[in-house]
Ligand binder design. Sequence first.
Ligand code: 2PG
Ligand code: MG
Length: 434
Amino acid sequence: MITSAITDVVGRRVWDSRGRPTVEVEIALESGAIGRAIAPAGASRGSREAIDLRDGGEHLAGYDVGTAVAQVAAKIAPSVKGLDAADQRSIDDALIALDGTKTKSVLGGNAMVATSLAVLHAAAADAGIPLWKWVAQSNEREPTIPLPEIQIFGGGAHAGRRVDIQDFMVMVPGAADFEEVMEVTSNIYRAAGRVMEEKGGITGVADEGGWWPNFDSNEEALECLVRAIEMAGEIPGERVVISLDIAASEFFENGEYRLALEDRAMDADGQIELLESWLDKYPIASIEDPLAETDKEGMRAFTQAFGERVQIIGDDYLVTNAALVEEAASDGACNAVLIKVNQAGTVSESIDAYHAAQAAGFGTIVSARSGESEDTSISHLSAGLNARQLKVGSFTRSERMAKWNECLRMQCQPGMGGFVGGEALANTWWGRSQ
Ligand code: 2PG
Ligand code: MG
């Protein structure tokens, strides 16, 4: 008898950090071990990522997940019951075959990712070890505590498009340990609040908990971020660097990059020149989706020009897809990939994207979505895979803090490796100047 055989699969509707319904799946094993996971949800989504099944119509503005939850009972449960939870790959393969689409539109990316992650949790529980250790052991990786990217100002689709750029973040590669990252970021976050107060009052926070971007231009957010870093007693570019998610697909229309806030439209060259001016003026070590997901020429040109200087992350551009990572590597586009399990739809496909990135010499950043929950799977995946970087959103709101706090717990557990720190940014000017 396999004690890690799946005996029960239950789907249920729970709620995410935007107050929208999402899918939770709970898996029980023969041994009595249980695993549970909640699907996150993106707002700025790549066109090639797995599709969440939503009910549509007027009820709950179309966001309800009744169909996805029903798929767990009707299709997923009968097909995975009896399978061995310790064999993640064969369960994910069964889900992929059962769905039969590239975009996971039959079972729903939300139902699939919650199931796949719940299997991972159940297998770890059955083995009696923390999730990060299970991930490290089953993928033959040396676990480490990742370097965080933490949002200070939100923007783009996460802030009613008040500014065009989506994430204004800090990284603390000069920190000696994870505790130091938390302290420095707390100081910067609160200083940024004072900057906003001085500017005329705090007007709230965006979807991921960063301050609401009450700015007159996109660049003003960068100026305020530098001020906040200085007010926190830091010298920008020394212990602390800036990281941006441009999420450029969100404002790319008919071949033009349109910055609505500045009433400005540019071609790819114009967009690259603008970003170059920011790279020259501000200590930016990492930049995500600088060009749109369909602008291959632009992404290649940007990477050729700046790939030796900054980390260039493909998010919407690579959608956690191994084939797209391989293609980008051979095209000379990007030098890092964001790993979001719900973009791929299953844990195994995400790990494939991670391996493709490793083979290409790309950096890897495990990432949350803008719609999140108390689920901390990504902290464990990042540590267990030795991904070296973790992006979770801001430094407020419990769906974010749950992930940072989980790292603080993991770092004390036996068998965990050290804090990665600045080594994670070896592809950038910061990593080379140290
Ligand atoms: C991103 C994420 C997180 P979303 O673009 O990287 O910031 O946003 O989940 O909305 O895609
Ligand atoms: Mg992104």
